[in-house]
Design a protein around this ligand. Structure first.
Ligand code: ZN
Length: 199
């Protein structure tokens, strides 16, 4: 039997979700923008808006199970192109893209699918991309005590592409490197080469 340790990861919103209050507020918001919700098609829109945002801000709980690194695996473990879907906290519009998450194992390793769950965990709240990138890296660093962690996120922000400067097709790249992925240039280069990001 392999020794494993599991941690239930649940993000509790600060004040809980009051869907009824959110629906009333969404209706008032639309009305203030001059959008009538009289028609059959728009009648349910405030309710759907409330539910949609509640869903975007509620990550699924998951079990983070880590295992001892019995084989002494010491090469980079990298999950590429993990889908990222979050909401910019400045405009409450979505930003969507991919994350590349890697680590150099120390004493413990974890299932690859969990890297995607960690990204989702921190993405399901009002966010800025820089903080999201750092939170994923810091959390893995704390939970796994790896030799190094690297997180790169490339995302398109609707608040930039649909309005304002309307920079259609532009994406924003952020990265956080910790441990030897930060301090060792060979590891760093290998990480960026494998992610396909020019850095
Ligand atoms: Zn924004």
């Amino acid at each position: 039997m392999h020794a494993s340790s599991a941690l239930r990861v649940v993000h509790e919103p600060d004040t809980g979700v009051d869907l009824a209050a959110a629906e009333v507020a969404a209706a008032a918001f639309l009305q203030a923008l001059g959008i009538s919700t009289e028609s059959e098609s728009l009648q349910g829109t405030p309710r759907r808006m409330a539910k949609a945002y509640a869903e975007l801000f509620t990550p699924r709980p998951f079990d983070l199970t880590t295992f001892p690194n019995e084989e002494g695996y010491d090469e980079l473990v990298l999950a590429r192109a993990i889908p990222v879907r979050s909401v910019c906290e400045h405009h409450l519009l979505p930003f969507v893209g991919v994350a590349h998450v890697g680590y150099l194992p120390g004493e413990r390793i974890l299932g690859l699918s969990k890297l995607a769950r960690v990204v989702e965990h921190f993405a399901c709240r009002p966010q800025v991309q820089e903080r999201l990138t750092k939170q994923v890296a810091d959390w893995l660093n704390d939970q796994l005590s790896p030799k190094g962690v690297g997180v790169v996120i490339e995302a398109e922000h609707n608040c930039m592409t649909l309005r304002g400067v309307q920079a259609v097709g532009s994406s924003t790249v952020t990265s956080t490197l910790l441990g030897s992925l930060r301090s060792d240039s060979r590891s760093r280069q290998e990480f960026f080469a494998l992610t396909g990001v020019n850095a």
